[in-house]
Each structure stands twice: as C-alpha cells, then as structure tokens.
Design a protein around this ligand. Structure first.
Ligand code: NAD
Length: 369
C-alpha cells in the first residue's frame, strides 16, 4: 500500500453490543495503523435502531454517503426488542439490506479458522480440526434468492436459479484474488451433475481461471463439499460458491470452528467493502461489558487483508488473538473452568498488548516512528 495515502474508514457501531465490540475493534485498528505508520481517518455514523431513534430511519442519506466515500466500513450489529414491532421495511435490519445493496456488495467471505486454543471445543475431533484455515466465498446478490420468476399458489411453489455471466466472472475473479493472498487454491462448489446453471457456473469459472495460472482450481459437487468440510476441513483454502450453497456451507464452516462471538465476516463489492461480526446485537447481554469482541476484531484483520492488502498486519492481529486465548483469557461465552474470565474491554486491551508485543518481536518495530 502507499504509505502517504489516508484510508477513510466509516464506523457504524449500531445497537446492543454493537458499540461495545466495535470500540475494541477500533482500538485494535488504531494500534495497527500506528505500528505500520499508516494514516487512517475514522468517521462514526448512526446506523440501525439508534438511527431510527434520532432520524426516524435506519440508514440516513448522510450515513450512506459517508460509507460510499470511504475505503472500508466497519459495522457492529443492529436490532433489538425496542424496534421489533416496527413494519419490516422500517426495522434496523432493513438498513443492513439497504447498505449492502447501495455498496454493491456481491461477495461475502466467512473464514473457518481454528485457533489452536480451541481445538478441543469443537464437535469435531482435534486431529481432524487442527490446522483448519479456509474461507467460504459466497455470491451474495444473485442466484435462486433473487431469480425470476418466483411465486407460489395453492398447487405449487417455484423459484429460479439464474446466474448472468458477469455475476460469475466477478465473484470468480474475487476468489482467485483472495486465493492469491492466501494459499493459492480455489475449490468451486456447484451441482453441475444436475443443474444447468451450475454447468454454466463451472464453465465461466474455468474461463476466468485462465487469467490466474498460479492459482490451483478444482470443482466439487455441493453434497460432496458439505461432507468434505466435516471429514477433512484442512484440505480447503478458498471455497467459491453461489448464494444458496454458500448460505449453507458458510454456517457449517463457521460452526466447526467455534462460537458466534468469534466469527468475523467481510462483504466485498467492486468499489466498496464492509466488515462485520457474524453475530447480532445480543440484547440479552448488552450494556454489561460481557460481549466477546473477537469477531469484531477478526473483522478488522479481514479489513487489513482484503481492503488494504496488508496481509502481515492481518496475520499479527490473528496471532495476537491466539496468544490471548492461549494465555487462558476468555469472555463469558467461551469461558471454561480453569480459564480466566475477562470482560469486553479487558479482552480488547489484552489483544492490543499482544499485537504490539508480536509486532516488536518480529523486528517490525523499525518501521514505526
Ligand atoms: P445474536 O447473535 O444477537 O445472539 C445470539 C446469542 O449469542 C445470544 O445469546 C447472545 O448473547 C450470544 N452472542 C452473540 N454475539 C455474542 C458476542 N459477541 N459475545 C457473547 N455472546 C454473544 O442473535 P439474536 O439474539 O437472534 O438477535 C438479536 C438481534 O440482533 C435481533 O434484533 C436480530 O435481528 C439482530 N441481528 C443482527 C445482525 C446484524 O446486525 N448483522 C445479525 C443477526 C441478528
């Protein structure tokens, strides 16, 4: 990245535990920027329920314009009982759909990474799980969720799975680019033995692959892929798939590796990107300083990777999370007897401390001012 260019980041803390976990993620963001002498400008805007309270709508034009002008958006979570009875299109969650659409976010990335401190916590055996580190890249704006015609009557129901060539091309490109930042392997998942749209998907992906000769491509049918993720998750690097299959596979992938409070995500478009934890606003624990900030902090690591191509920064954030877990610190959601219970803020502080320690240990400190 060019060191003299300021990166503009919009921060949308949202509702419930959103502001609590986002505050910790911002702390990490600032520590990373300082360490790498990178100029960042953070602008916080209301979004979700808090925006409804102040302005009568979940996503104001001002918030949207700020997001559109930024290099990346960091989102906490939205929603809560206070706004539950509003009509669907006025709810905080309607803001989520609005912002994803306006930013043109057609690719969703959910990582499945197993922290060594957690290999014994999964439903899978430690030896199957150890070393797992892959991402599911899901097409987000096309496929059967949006295809026409759709409908139902008393006698039948129908949906249409349709993909345009440009939709497959752009998500395939993203997959190869992401694999280039990782271990250079893409597995495209489809159902080409049964569905014409999947054969089309497979052909287009193969065509785009010609532009990326240093990346390995293979194809799997979705039923086999689901089985393989549970049987031997280590074999994957980047799983590329459509909206429907990705919806299912990203949940399987997320859950083999840990709890909801640990799962980050990224949504990418041609020009914009949004990073957010997978979890919601957790009204049951909001305001108590108990929330796990690791998903939000992991989302910042993804921002450095995918928006700023700073893979080293992303790596050190992940190492800092791992070191903190390895030292036995846990928030309430991942607490086990024998570990040390900490609150949201303390977890954030510990991760920042570990980030700084690892950064200097690696001899990278010479780059700081
Ligand atoms: P949720 O993810 O908010 O919570 C589910 C359970 O997981 C709760 O018991 C909660 O305490 C726990 N949990 C979630 N995140 C945690 C964290 N970081 N640390 C510790 N524990 C955590 O899901 P829900 O209860 O179904 O939804 C609550 C609200 O959030 C609803 O209004 C829903 O619409 C909204 N929601 C928003 C988003 C988003 O903003 N992207 C996503 C999902 C749900």
């Amino acid at each position: 990245m060019e060191p003299d260019v300021t990166k503009n980041i919009t921060v949308l803390p949202g509702d419930g535990i959103g502001p609590e976990v986002t505050a910790q993620a911002v702390k990490v963001l600032k520590a990373v920027a300082k360490a790498f002498t990178m100029d960042i400008s953070l602008t916080e805007k209301p979004f979700g329920g808090i925006s409804i309270d102040q302005y009568g709508e979940p996503l104001t034009d001002d918030t949207l314009q700020t997001c559109l002008q930024s290099d990346a958006v960091l989102l906490g979570a939205v929603g809560g009982p206070k706004w539950e009875d509003l009509p669907h299109h006025q709810k905080p969650e309607a803001g989520l759909l609005g912002i994803r659409k306006a930013l043109g976010l057609f690719a969703n990335i959910r990582p499945a990474k197993v922290y060594p401190a957690f290999v014994n916590n999964s439903t899978l055996k430690p030896e199957v799980l150890r070393g797992t580190d892959f991402v599911v890249l899901r097409e987000l704006t096309g496929g059967i969720y949006f295809g026409q015609p759709r409908g139902y009557n008393a006698e039948k129901g129908w949906n249409t799975m349709v993909y345009e060539k440009y939709e497959v091309e752009r998500i395939a490109r993203k997959a190869f680019e992401i694999a280039g930042l990782r271990n250079k392997r893409v597995t495209s998942v489809d159902k080409a033995n049964v569905l014409d749209v999947s054969q089309f998907w497979r052909d287009v992906v193969a065509e785009v692959h010609k532009e990326y000769p240093n990346i390995e491509l293979n194809n799997l049918y979705v039923d086999n892929a689901a089985m393989q993720i549970v049987r031997d998750p280590k074999q994957f690097d980047v799983i590329l798939t459509s909206n429907l299959f990705g919806d299912i596979l990203s949940d399987i992938a997320g859950m083999i590796t840990g709890s909801l409070g640990m799962l980050p995500s990224a949504s990418l478009g041609e020009k914009h990107a949004l990073y957010e934890p997978v979890h919601g606003s957790a009204p049951d624990i909001a305001g108590q300083g108990k929330a796990n900030p690791i998903a939000a902090i992991g989302s910042v690591a993804m921002m450095f990777n995918y928006s700023f191509q700073m893979t080293k920064a992303a790596q050190i954030i992940e190492q800092a999370i791992e070191a903190t877990l390895q030292a036995g610190y846990r928030t309430a959601d991942i607490f086990q007897p024998g570990t040390k219970l900490v609150g949201t803020e303390e977890m954030g502080d510990l991760i920042v401390e570990n980030f700084e320690a690892i950064f200097h240990e690696e001899g990278l400190g010479v780059f700081t001012l």
